[in-house]
Write a protein that binds this ligand. Sequence first.
Ligand SMILES: [Zn+2]
Length: 127
Amino acid sequence: MNETSQHPAEARNPTPMPEHFAVSKSTGIKIDWSDGEHSDFTLEFLRERCPCAQCTGAHGTPPQAPDFSNPLQLYRERLKITQVEPIGHYAIGIHWNDGHKTGIYSYRLLRELHEELAGKRRSSVLQ
Ligand SMILES: [Zn+2]
């Protein structure tokens, strides 16, 4: 009876690709995925997860993740995206208004972040 699969993409396409990016430079980035999932990333979340060497502490330098609890942040310009550049067919580069622009967000990373947020939502529903 109920033969229509609700998740045909899961079996055929284990690595979903972004089909559409909606960039708001002052609020965040929304992504529609090829498997029907939707991501809604805030600027702060994306900035915290910047995968570049400077932010992750690769190459032996200590991690330099921005500290949003710093009260001095209040006196600085609010975090914004200044530019998003497509990088090949696998990533986007995000330029921030604090001058940081070395973060390359691969589609794989964005999907991992999506799963992380989705997992949090699911676990909070269960609690
Ligand atoms: Zn970075």
